[in-house]
Design a protein around this ligand. Structure first.
Ligand code: ADP
Ligand code: ASP
Ligand code: MG
Length: 460
């Protein structure tokens, strides 16, 4: 079997869903489990609806509910007619009623919990997958719609729930596998799950990729396909670098580094389940399905001369400088520093250290004031926001002498706040002012990929 995941733009309207159906038809014999996102923009709209309700803007929230209902009914109208259309219209009217009840509830309470946010957000994937299921059936494809909350089991860390692999595997084998083996195309949702108490959860924004990888890994898929709106993983974000090239093949490690450092095309956790089972991941373009996409495998055969694969960046970064006020050589300093970040559940991206000072970057500043307060018990702390991390990724960086000079020579006029080369030795990253990020990425790309034409088996 294979897993095919379609992102928001690949299910955004009737024409996208027709494309999806053609793509699925061609691979029906490979026993696909299809994982879909909400129609593009719907998750944001649902979350905004919840927020408006909690801020007392009930009318605006209810206008959103109407807009969400109309958007889905329009897709239905464009795709199916007769009884199926009537049935789906009733279904979406019912969902609009449920959302209205939720808006009223939140508006009365004036409070919005992470648990309620997940309840709102889950509707996006439930709605898109339901339309697609019925359209596949209308196209004579034997489809089985399954609510992912019945098998994707998580803890109750709402909005970023952790998947519980053992119970999810058991449920998948109980609920999904028999249908796959009976010749059904299984249609389900990414992003959503439920706790052992049956409460709706979500696994983090952009998490449908991760759902697909988990399903693929736990059911031993032959292939995990991530269908999106670009030709594959590119040498940089195409919205910044217009002539970014497609990477034909890359390693799991490279893809994971890129995801962690902001390349939105893949959710950071996606790769992990696939790596464990050594299942290839393909990133493909639903708007250009004949393009071969990017293949991510454990150990690609690559030309050792090709050093850099891609440049990613992450904005909204805060730099925290921590200098020990204790004696020189005092032990336990680093431990104390990281204990504080651990206590406040804040992920540190990059770190640079000396014996008495540490500089770290974070993007989650929810608990920043508590973190700074505690760090100040044993150090002097400086905080600077509006920074960006630029990250250069490539398996062969580790064997490349003179690396730093090569990477930084195109941008000698830019002030660099911190440099770090990861332990994996396949990423080289540095921190700059956010306002320079587009310019820096464009200049680096121009220089570092000037000879990409020499590596035709890697770039296209
Ligand atoms: P989906 O809804 O299919 O999950 P996303 O919007 O999450 O799609 O991810 C695809 C987008 O990621 C692309 O449209 C592109 O703008 C952006 N992107 C950022 N960096 C890269 C990169 N290195 N390669 C490809 N796409 C990238
Ligand atoms: N719909 C969810 C989001 O927008 C999950 C996803 O698309 O991957 O974050
Ligand atoms: Mg995505």
């Amino acid at each position: 079997m294979i897993v095919m995941k379609f992102g928001g733009t690949s299910v955004e309207d009737a024409s996208a869903i027709r494309n999806l159906t053609e793509i699925v038809k061609k691979q029906v014999t490979r026993k696909p489990v299809i994982v879909v996102s909400a129609c593009a923009g719907i998750t944001n709209q649902l979350l905004q609806t919840a927020t408006l309700a909690s801020h007392g803007k009930k009318e605006e929230a209810l206008n959103n509910v109407v807009a969400i209902e109309s958007r889905h009914k329009k897709i239905v109208k464009d795709l199916v007619d007769g009884d199926t259309q009537k049935f789906l219209n009733r279904h979406f009217a019912q969902i609009a009623e449920e959302l209205t009840a939720l808006v009223n509830g939140v508006a009365v309470l004036g409070e919005l919990t992470p648990r309620s946010l997940d309840t709102f957000a889950a509707y996006g994937e439930l709605m898109s997958s339901f339309i697609i299921h019925h359209y596949l059936e209308s196209q004579k494809i034997k489809s089985f719609w399954v609510d992912a909350r019945s098998f994707m089991k998580t803890d109750e860390h709402f909005t970023k729930a952790a998947v519980q692999f053992d119970s999810t595997e058991q449920k998948l084998k109980e609920i999904v596998l028999p249908k796959v083996n009976n010749g059904y195309v299984v249609m389900t949702q990414g992003f959503i799950g439920s706790s052992s108490h049956g409460i709706t959860t979500t696994i983090g924004r952009g998490g449908s990729d991760y759902s697909a990888a988990i399903i693929g890994a736990l059911l031993d898929a032959d292939d995990i396909q991530i269908w999106t709106d670009v030709d594959g993983i590119l040498t940089s974000d195409p919205s910044v670098v217009k002539d970014a090239k497609k990477i034909k093949v890359m390693s799991f490690n490279e893809a994971a580094e890129l995801a962690y450092f902001g390349a939105r095309v893949l959710h950071p956790e996606t790769i992990l389940p696939a790596v464990r089972k050594n299942i290839p991941v393909h990133v493909l373009n639903s708007k250009n399905p004949t393009s071969t996409g990017t293949m991510i495998v454990a150990k690609p055969k690559i030309d050792k001369r090709c050093v850099v694969k891609s440049i990613a960046y992450k904005e909204g970064i805060t730099l925290i400088g921590i200098v020990s006020t204790r004696m020189f050589l005092a032990h336990g300093f680093l431990e104390n520093v990281f204990d504080v970040f651990h206590k406040y559940e804040t992920v540190v991206h990059t770190v640079a250290t000396s014996e008495v000072s540490v500089t770290v970057t974070v993007d989650n500043v929810k608990n920043l004031s508590n973190i700074v307060r505690e760090l100040k018990h044993f150090s002097t702390v400086t905080v600077t926001d509006k920074k960006a991390i630029v990250c250069i990724v490539g398996d062969n960086l580790r064997n490349s002498p003179g690396l730093a000079v090569k990477m930084l020579s195109p941008i000698t006029d830019v002030n660099i706040n911190m440099i770090s080369q990861g332990a994996s030795e396949i990423n080289f990253s540095f921190v700059i002012d956010e306002e320079h990020v587009d310019d820096v990425v464009m200049r680096l790309h121009k220089q570092l990929f000037a000879n990409a034409g020499e590596f035709q088996e890697i770039f296209e």
